[in-house]
Design a protein around this ligand. Structure first.
Ligand SMILES: NC(=O)c1ccc[n+]([C@@H]2O[C@H](COP(=O)([O-])OP(=O)(O)OC[C@H]3O[C@@H](n4cnc5c(N)ncnc54)[C@H](O)[C@@H]3O)[C@@H](O)[C@H]2O)c1
Length: 440
């Protein structure tokens, strides 16, 4: 046992603000409200349902994570957000078509009360959408100031103690980091000059971090994954994490690929295609938005399989990812994978995965966990990139010079060991030799 780190208690109420009040955000709000009323279980949420082993296997200490670390409780969560469409959360949830009327109607009044604040939105960054509920400002710095006022007003009006921001808005078009992203000074100058390379998501992130509010990025856009934002997060001593929630097909990939590699089975090809018909699918139908997603999805196999260390098994792997907008499927995405593997003496085999998933049903518990863990990290004095939350992301943000960790099981160990470390518990190495030592 070591000394636990100091963590401020989770007193009062926590505001969870989501830029974007579409399918994921509204499924998250509705889910928490239903769970609070005892109408549903928090399935898929590690913070709510997961246990953590402490000490030796023979100690029989296996509390719930939420009983081991001081997380904010669900009863004290208050939701808000921004969206260029003026629909309240009930209307937006009905349009998103994820949850059925029988689940939404008992929550109608509470969801209707969640009305989107005018968004910082620019069609150059999300070309397929155009809504009227948008802020006007002289400069991008002016827009950032308006967002800061929104956050402060929301906090005061709802008598909140703390806020976290989770990006649940559309995927912005792909961009490489530019000079304006390289330092905080250049970025602030860029905000004053309305530099076109500053994306709306970065204006939200700036507004949050500047006020010491943790920021999670659920989409593949760079947002906080640029030196200027990491500098700001470190300077303000506030945590950031991202990018791109790991839900359907990539979740499967990071479950299967480490298993095949553990058994030294070769992979010749991995073809992944998706059909989905929600608004996210429509945005991703634009090649530049898809490019952001493609980059985030493609990196996974490369790092899990380490072709440089295993050239005979993985150097020739052909990896292809496709997303097709197909309205009849709505939010119920279908993800097909064809995996060409080979074994002993090079004999070929195939694995086919057809995952009939529900995107937002998989994403909503991740929003909850990230909001609670980032609030915890803030109270625990953690600043900058929170790599221990890689577990939740397709393209985990990481320090420069490091490669990201994609293997879901290593990510889980990293997450749980971080919690053990903070609470002064022994880290679990899985060595276990002490159970077999000769007692004499
Ligand atoms: N559902 C999943 O499994 C999953 C997984 C990984 C990432 N994501 C990402 O999460 C995000 C949300 O997904 P979704 O299915 O809810 O999409 P959605 O299209 O239903 O909702 C996104 C909402 O964001 C709004 N929006 C766009 N630009 C905005 C801005 N600048 N400010 C505020 N709001 C803005 C849109 O109007 C829309 O209502 C997407 O970027 C998606 O790629 C989702």
């Amino acid at each position: 046992m070591t000394q636990p780190i100091r963590i401020e208690p989770a007193t009062g109420r926590l505001g969870v603000l989501t830029p974007g009040m579409g399918a994921v955000a509204t499924t998250f709000y509705a889910g928490v409200l239903a769970i609070r009323k005892g109408q549903a279980l928090p399935i898929g949420s590690l913070t709510q349902m997961g246990h953590i082993r402490l000490g030796k296997r023979t100690d029989n200490r296996n509390p719930l994570i939420k009983d081991m670390v001081p997380l904010a409780g669900l009863d004290g969560l208050v939701f808000g957000g921004w969206d260029p469409f003026p629909d309240n959360a009930f209307e937006a949830a009905c349009k998103a078509g994820v949850l059925q009327a029988k689940d939404l109607l008992p929550l109608k009044a509470e969801l209707e009360a969640i009305r989107p604040m005018p968004a910082v939105f620019d069609q150059n960054w999300v070309r397929r959408l155009d809504g009227p509920n948008v802020k006007q400002g002289e400069t991008k710095m002016d827009l950032a100031r308006q967002l800061m006022e929104d956050m402060q007003r929301f906090k005061a009006e709802n008598q909140l103690d703390r806020l976290v921001v989770v990006w649940c808005a559309s995927t912005e078009v792909y961009e490489e980091p530019q000079a304006v992203h390289m330092s905080l000074e250049a970025f602030e100058q860029g905000l004053r000059n309305s530099d076109p390379a500053i994306a709306p998501s970065q204006i939200y992130a700036y507004a949050a971090l500047k006020q010491g509010i943790p920021f999670d990025n659920g989409a593949p856009n760079l947002t906080v994954d640029i030196p200027a934002m990491v500098e700001l997060a470190n300077q303000q001593r506030v945590p950031v994490c991202g990018k791109d929630f790991k839900t359907g097909q990539t979740l499967m990939k990071t479950i299967l690929a480490p298993g095949l590699k553990a058994r030294m089975l070769g992979i010749r090809g991995w073809f992944s295609t998706n059909i989905l018909g929600n608004r996210d699918g429509e945005v991703l139908d634009d090649p530049d938005s898809f490019r952001s997603k493609e980059v985030s999805k493609l990196g996974v196999l490369e790092t899990v399989l380490q072709p440089e260390a295993y050239p005979e098994l993985y150097a020739d792997l052909y990896h292809k990812v496709r997303i097709n907008y197909y309205p009849p499927h709505g939010d119920n995405k279908e993800g097909w994978d064809n995996i060409d593997i080979f074994g002993w003496l090079g004999y070929p085999m195939q694995i086919k995965v057809d995952f009939l998933c529900r995107d937002s049903i998989l994403a909503a518990p991740i929003v909850l966990d990230l909001a609670l863990f980032m609030d915890l990290a803030g109270r625990a004095g953690q600043k900058g990139i929170q790599e221990w939350l890689s577990f939740y992301f397709k393209s985990p943000q990481h320090a420069e010079g490091l490669y990201p960790e994609h293997d879901l099981f290593i990510q889980q160990t990293k997450l749980k060991n971080t919690l053990r470390h903070w609470m002064g518990e022994d880290l679990i190495t899985h060595l276990g030799a002490e159970y077999y030592e000769d007692e004499n």
